[in-house]
Ligand binder design. Structure first.
Ligand code: ADP
Length: 233
């Protein structure tokens, strides 16, 4: 469709621009970070008085680095190693949970798992994990008062589906229609708006897909789908 065409042109443009400038941004930031450290040392005990300001600068530089890193994934996705491994997606979910454990601990979130998929998938493992982390972190953000995080795998058509569901705030149809757009975010300070657009790109690169169902006030379910490799286990 025209909309998809516009989107892929947008992504390609972002990729090109990023490839050119990402390194140019990272280098000066590294220099600034190094010199900030030196200044702090030179100030000695007086640095304590500017503690808040130092922390603020640190945080903001960290944020720039994070955004540049995410942008680089647009620019050079083909540089990611394509490992020809086949695996049970439930294993990746198991590996993903420890990465978000610190966030889960902060709120009353119960994790519900169901592993019913009987087929292997072939998507690069690191990339599938990256998509899962994006979805799980979003789900946790959507449940500040706690709730249930569901992680399910099951066979679906000729492939495997992985569901990430939450009982959080949900979203309006207007928001849901835009969440895969690069830079679309409703998180004023924290968001980059890149998580879901990158996730969709990664799924597409492996012949898979990502879809969302959401109800305001009820919760949200993201469904990943990947073609199964030939072997079953
Ligand atoms: P970011 O998290 O940085 O905003 P994303 O691309 O990951 O970027 O998400 C885009 C937007 O989609 C979020 O700002 C939020 O509005 C919405 N969203 C994503 N996941 C959920 C969810 N589980 N529940 C409610 N809203 C969500």
């Amino acid at each position: 469709t025209t909309r998809q065409l516009v989107m892929s042109e947008k992504l390609a443009a972002i990729g090109e621009i990023t490839a050119g400038v990402a390194h140019e941004i990272n280098n000066p930031i590294a220099v600034m970070q190094g010199n900030l450290e030196i200044i702090r040392d030179l100030m000695g005990p007086a640095a304590e008085e500017a503690r808040t300001e130092f922390r603020l600068i640190d945080q903001q530089m960290h944020r720039i680095t994070e955004i540049v890193t995410k942008l680089l994934q647009f620019a050079k996705p083909q540089e990611y190693a394509r490992l020809a491994e086949e695996y049970d997606p439930a294993g990746v979910i198991a590996d993903t949970l420890p990465l978000v454990q610190h966030l889960l601990r902060k709120t009353m979130i119960a994790v519900e798992r169901e592993d019913r998929a009987t087929r292997f998938v072939q998507m690069n493992r690191t990339e599938l994990q990256q998509v899962l982390v994006n979805l799980v972190v979003n789900a946790i953000h959507a449940m500040p008062e706690g709730g249930r995080l569901g992680l399910r795998t099951f066979d679906s058509g000729s492939g495997v589906a992985i569901e990430v569901s939450d009982t959080g705030e949900g979203m309006t149809a207007e928001v849901a229609a835009r969440i895969f757009d690069p830079f679309f975010t409703t998180k004023a300070r924290e968001g980059t708006g890149l998580g879901l657009s990158i996730s969709r790109m990664l799924m597409a690169q492996h012949g898979g897909s990502i879809a969302v169902r959401s109800q305001r006030g009820e919760g949200t379910t993201f469904t990943l789908w990947l073609p199964a490799s030939d072997d079953a286990f």
